[in-house]
Design a protein around this ligand. Structure first.
Ligand SMILES: Nc1nc2c(c(=O)[nH]1)N[C@H]1C(S)=C(S)[C@@H](COP(=O)(O)OP(=O)(O)OC[C@H]3O[C@@H](n4cnc5c(=O)[nH]c(N)nc54)[C@H](O)[C@@H]3O)O[C@H]1N2
Ligand SMILES: Nc1nc2c(c(=O)[nH]1)N[C@H]1C(S)=C(S)[C@@H](COP(=O)(O)OP(=O)(O)OC[C@H]3O[C@@H](n4cnc5c(=O)[nH]c(N)nc54)[C@H](O)[C@@H]3O)O[C@H]1N2
Ligand code: SF4
Ligand SMILES: [Mo]
Length: 705
């Protein structure tokens, strides 16, 4: 995509990278209506840096698989046929209204998108709550940081990053756990590496030898799925030796006794036996973390995607509270958010239990406020999570219709055969996307959406920075911005259900949508509007026009009912499916630098050439045991399915663990994973399943070895 520097651009447009939660600011250089160069901007959050996805990953914008016309499947079993917008929207909303009449509004499910803007996420949850009359709305955070949200909300009253990435140079100790930062948040990974070079003490907790493990001062290579014991033991040791922050605990925390009772058995020796990490290393990590003037904790999916994901994060919360590593610059609890606008999708209330601004649906007062805003009575029945919704399809009282915006469950939900069967049982499916993703063939209505480069709106990055995007191109064919589609769908559905006032769906543009949500959440967004964002990025909370936004949360109080942080027990529960005779290895799934999720975007760009095939990491000892040769095809087999991939024999993976990337839809790692969930957050256990390996051609593989 990059051409020589002497090419004169027709125009240069400033916007935000659509891939990850770092939210890098980019300048797109355009010639003949194509992007020929992407340059980083010098200011925050990326300070002149970009990764390969921002630089070379935008080719999907012009791919022939872009959706350019609405499509309708008029009868089950029939073909998807082109339709006008009017036909498609009428058909879609009439079917939704009919199913709501037959089975009740809670038979509908609305999946919002962390790839879409704040304004669009706001409208999707409004569509569910105001036009359809259900709290059944969610987004991919359910598969991602829902465990973080569960633990952080109940303990601290806010689930966003407590500090900012600009503070990385201020940290004396940086603890990174369950995050392959160098590949998944590359610009932040580089900032952490630089801080370590400048003297910060870097502790990495990860079973795999990931990029940061290579440069860490201390690498704790724990057995997968054992984190609560590791972090519980660190905290217990600090209390026992009087190294915790007694003053902070007395003044700002509660729940100590119940928590202490819960870690009684977590001695360093016990932790060594469960986690496989030598007791001396656990002690060293604990001492360094507690003694630091400022210690920051960063984490991602290695913590959250377990059947004890909430306990994993709770154990981190407990450790930070006990050592007073909160409410000061360079410290804090910092979940690295994955999608470009996943922070925003949550802020906008695209969740079954909260309205925009995290106002609880359980509160009658809150419900009344939104009922007044939308002119729509608000349902009392709680919503269900996206994972529960998919599990319920085809069961009595389950979901009958799903409206998907920018989500690809066939590649992203666990246990693909199970998801496939569920989608086949659905009465009605709407797919609103920019591309033909893997779920597209199951759609009854397809609504073609404009991409990030074809619309106005805002994204909120991982450290609460709200950023304006702007159109670079016209949408292809008949494609329209998600906000336009949702507003039209909302108005039509309101007329059919009689739920909300159809006039509340008239918006002149994304700025008008933003103003509606801002008025209703003044403490978070009162001071942020599109005009101000055109001049500067702003971080929430930003309550007034003169506020610059708040960087460090919790400086004087936590956002809980008592203002104190709540310590809570975080008992360990082993993963649901343990390796055994037939399936002796642990499967861990995740990401590589070059690709994005099921590959819908990245594999339709130049990145596909840079990383063309699926490689699974196999430890040399396991390779020998199971006759697997480096670079040769291998079958990865679980109780639920099998895939073929190329073996990469490497000690990046520890003995007993196979790592499979999730990016190759035709060899989807989710054919292997299983649909077991954390009981609190309902997150799938993507980071632990039992598998075995078989060489594809045993004779050939044996000859190689
Ligand atoms: N290139 C690229 N970047 C991305 C994405 C992408 O698809 N591609 N997706 C984005 C999204 S949505 C997200 S959520 C983030 C995810 O970002 P990450 O969470 O960094 O990505 P994963 O590859 O899932 O990595 C999880 C890490 O946890 C480790 N791990 C596995 N099991 C355990 C365990 O039991 N304990 C501990 N402590 N560690 C464990 C793995 O070895 C791995 O290093 O990435 C974002 N950025
Ligand atoms: N085994 C395993 N499975 C996992 C994970 C794992 O670690 N292991 N990680 C999980 C995590 S953390 C996540 S976040 C999920 C991600 O799962 P998904 O959210 O399903 O993944 P994406 O491929 O990012 O899907 C986004 C969809 O949005 C579309 N899109 C992009 N931009 C726009 C837009 O502007 N408008 C509209 N309407 N659509 C748009 C894309 O074309 C694509 O179809 O996967 C989860 N699944
Ligand atoms: S670090 Fe994230 S936001 Fe920045 S260029 Fe890479 S993918 Fe885009
Ligand atoms: Mo994610």
């Amino acid at each position: 995509m990059n051409r020589p520097l002497h090419v004169q651009p027709d125009r240069v447009v400033s916007t935000v990278c659509p891939y990850c939660g770092v939210g890098c600011r980019v300048d797109l250089y355009i010639k003949n209506e194509k992007i020929y160069r992407v340059m980083a901007q010098e200011g925050p959050p990326n300070y002149g840096a970009l990764c390969v996805k921002g630089r070379f990953g935008l080719g999907f914008l012009h791919h022939p698989d872009r959706l350019t016309a609405p499509l309708i499947r008029r009868e089950k079993g029939g073909e998807l046929e082109p339709a006008t917008w009017d036909e498609a929207l009428s058909f879609a909303t009439e079917r939704l209204a009919q199913i709501a009449r037959e089975h009740g509004p809670d038979a509908l499910y609305f999946v919002s998108s962390a790839k879409a803007s704040n304004e669009e996420n706001y409208l999707m949850q409004k569509l569910a709550r105001a036009a359809a009359g259900t709290h059944n709305v969610d987004h991919c955070a359910r598969l991602c940081h829902s465990s973080s949200t569960a633990a952080l909300s109940r303990s601290l009253g806010s689930a966003a990053m407590s500090n900012t990435i600009e503070e990385i140079p201020l940290s004396d100790v940086i603890l990174v756990t369950g995050s392959n930062t160098v590949e998944t948040h590359p610009v932040i990974g580089a900032m952490i590496k630089k801080a370590a070079r400048n003297g910060a003490y870097l502790i990495v907790v990860d079973p795999r030898r990931v990029g940061l493990a290579e440069v860490a001062d201390l690498w704790l290579r724990l057995r997968p799925g054992t984190d609560p014991v590791l972090f519980g033991a660190m905290a217990r040791y600090l209390i026992e030796t009087g190294r915790h922050d007694r003053r902070f605990v007395n003044r700002r925390a509660e729940g100590f006794d119940a928590w202490w009772e819960s870690v009684k058995e977590y001695t360093l020796e016990h932790a060594e036996s469960v986690t496989g990490v030598p007791a001396a290393k656990i002690r060293e990590a604990a001492e360094r973390y507690a003694a630091a003037g400022a210690a920051a904790t960063y984490w991602a999916m290695g913590m959250t995607q377990h059947n004890h994901g909430t306990e994993n994060v709770q154990a981190l919360v407990n450790l930070a509270v006990l050592t007073g590593q909160l409410g000061k610059p360079g410290a804090g609890l910092n979940p690295l958010r994955g999608q470009n606008n996943v922070q925003g999708a949550g802020d906008m209330g695209a969740l079954p239990n909260v309205y925009p601004g995290y106002q609880p649906t359980a509160s009658a007062e809150v419900r009344q406020r939104w009922a007044d805003t939308w002119g729509a009575p608000q349902p009392e029945t709680p919503g269900v999570t996206m994972t529960q919704a998919f599990e319920s399809i085809g069961r009595p009282g389950g979901i009958h219709a799903v409206y998907l915006m920018g989500e690809d469950p066939i590649t992203s939900e666990p246990y693909q055969e199970h998801v496939r069967a569920a989608l086949e049982k659905l009465d009605f499916l709407i797919v609103q996307d920019i591309l033909k993703n893997e779920t597209f063939p199951y759609a009854d209505v397809v609504l073609p959406a404009a991409s990030f480069a074809e619309k106005h709106g805002t994204f909120t990055n991982t450290d609460r920075r709200v950023q304006l995007i702007q159109p670079v191109f016209d949408p292809p064919g008949e494609a329209r911005p998600d906000w336009w589609i949702l507003a039209e769908a909302g108005r039509r559905l309101s007329l059919l259900t009689g739920q909300s006032n159809p006039d509340t769906w008239e918006y002149s543009g994304p700025d008008a949508i933003w103003d509606e949500l801002r008025r209703n959440i003044p403490e978070m967004f009162g001071g942020i509007d599109h005009a101000r964002l055109a001049r500067e990025d702003l971080r929430w909370p930003c309550p007034s026009k003169t506020s610059p936004g708040v960087s460090v949360l919790f400086t004087d109080r936590f956002y809980t009912d008592t203002g104190r942080a709540k310590l809570m027990p975080a008992p360990w529960r082993p993963p649901a499916e343990q390796p055994g005779d037939d399936y002796p290895l642990v499967l861990s799934t995740g990401r590589v630098l070059y690709h994005w999720h099921g590959g819908v975007l990245s594999r339709r760009s130049a990145l596909s050439k840079a990383y063309p095939e699926m490689k699974v990491e196999v430890n040399p000892a396991d390779a020998e045991r199971y006759h697997i040769a480096d670079g040769k095809p291998v079958m990865v087999i679980s109780r639920r399915g099998s895939i073929q991939a190329t073996a990469w024999v490497t000690d990046r993976a520890p003995e007993g663990v196979v790592f499979a990337p999730i990016h190759f839809a035709e060899q989807s790692a989710n054919r292997l994973t299983k649909n077991t969930y954390d009981p609190t957050s309902k997150i799938p256990e993507y980071k632990f399943a039992a598998v075995r390996l078989e060489p594809l051609d045993p004779a050939e593989a044996a000859a190689e070895i």
